[in-house]
Design a protein around this ligand. Structure first.
Ligand code: NPG
Length: 368
């Protein structure tokens, strides 16, 4: 297989409502797509980098830049030896930029699998045909607004609620949701690194709510700090931003910094590395779940395939298209009894709807 050209597409996809985390608020999903043209057919991927370097150091225009200047030429140098499995080794010399690397690998993998008629689910080792869906609830201006939103998602059938928290929006909203919706609700929180080692007492107060987990409470480099926190509080600590590779996952597990892992393929450089993390965690008895980066259907499809692996035992942020988008870029993913079907077609199993993509496209460039 050979990479002939890549189209980098910048899209602005409007969100139904603003999504606020401890890092900021977004109302438009600004994103780069990688459309790979190979001699065996085309492949698609959505790069998860945000518009701002707020979740990680990556951001969409930097991802497009590093793809254009370094990664796509490197993949082209592979000539007829191109495979999805060859991408990570070929780009290994380049530090970081995992979301950009992931997007290129995913687009090439999509082309490769479409050509051989195999689905992402089959390639990755999925054992389920549908996956339980959770939903991530942003920080709101008021508690009544939060309650109305959570109530709506529970009525939709979501099986687990994740509340975004930050200092000043933690104890009270969590208490109110727990008291209102009862002990049986699967409830977890996500701080996106908003706290510090000085906040352990504050975080300990959340122990009374019997949460599934607290996600990434302190900064991503501070893995030892998470291990100390995990000893101090009862709520299981789950790492997201900190886990950038299977090696880091292994170390974080070993020092007790994480008893559950959020796997986002984009954050770790792609689906092949994501499966390695799944396996490392499984061998250590650590459950995992699939995170999200507000992906449209093109990105969501592949995440659903990953979430169908056996050690994904907790509901993921694999919500339906309607959670975020009035109009998705593919046929919408729908929630049925709290679950979403894993695509079964070749590759990611869905196709972009050209007219919708054109409507949201800000610019395109060809790298040849
Ligand atoms: O469902 O796709 C989704 C989004 C889930 O909360 C979610 N993502 O930190 O996990 C996260 C968070 C996020 C979204 C982070 C956008 C940064 C940007």
């Amino acid at each position: 297989m050979k990479l002939e050209a890549v189209e980098l597409i910048r899209l602005d996809v409007p969100l139904k409502s603003a999504f606020r985390t401890s890092e900021g608020s977004v109302s438009v999903h600004e994103v780069v797509w990688v459309h790979a043209i190979t001699d065996v057919g085309e492949g698609w991927a959505e790069c998860a980098a945000n518009a701002l370097p707020d979740y990680s150091s990556e951001y969409h225009t930097a991802a497009a830049g590093v793809l254009r200047e370094f990664f796509i030429p490197e993949a082209m140098k592979l000539g007829n030896d191109l495979t999805a499995e060859a991408i990570a080794p070929a780009l290994h010399w380049a530090k970081g930029h995992r979301m950009a690397k992931a997007a290129l690998e995913t687009a090439v993998l999509d082309a490769q699998l479409r050509a051989s008629g195999m689905s992402f689910a089959a390639y990755l080792g999925a054992t389920k045909t549908k996956v339980p869906a959770g939903v991530s609830v942003g920080i709101m201006d008021t508690l009544p607004e939060l309650m109305k939103t959570v109530e709506g998602y529970l009525a939709d059938g979501y099986l687990r609620i994740k509340l975004k928290i930050e200092p000043g929006w933690d104890y009270e909203p969590v208490k109110l949701v727990r008291e209102t919706f009862g002990e049986d609700l699967l409830l977890q929180v996500d701080a996106n690194t908003a706290y510090t080692r000085d906040d352990f007492d504050l975080l300990k107060r959340l122990d009374e709510f019997n949460l599934l987990l607290i996600e990434q409470p302190i900064e991503e480099e501070d893995i030892l700090g998470h291990a100390r926190l995990a000893e101090y509080i009862q709520t299981p600590v789950c790492l997201d931003e900190s886990i950038v590779s299977a090696g880091v996952a292994r170390d974080a597990i070993e020092i007790g910094a994480t008893s559950i892992i959020n796997i986002k393929p984009a954050r770790v450089g792609g689906y092949i590395e994501a499966v390695k993390i799944h396996d490392v965690a499984q061998a250590a008895g650590i459950p995992v779940w699939c995170g999200g980066m507000l992906e449209t259907g093109i990105g969501r499809a592949a995440n659903l395939a990953l979430a169908a692996l056996p050690n994904f035992t907790l509901p993921g942020d694999t919500s339906a298209s309607a959670r975020y988008f009035e109009t998705d870029t593919t046929e919408p993913f729908v929630l049925v009894d709290g679950h979403i079907d894993v695509p079964t077609g070749p590759g990611i199993g869905v196709d972009p709807i050209r007219e919708v993509v054109d409507r949201f496209t800000v610019s395109t460039e060809w790298v040849k």
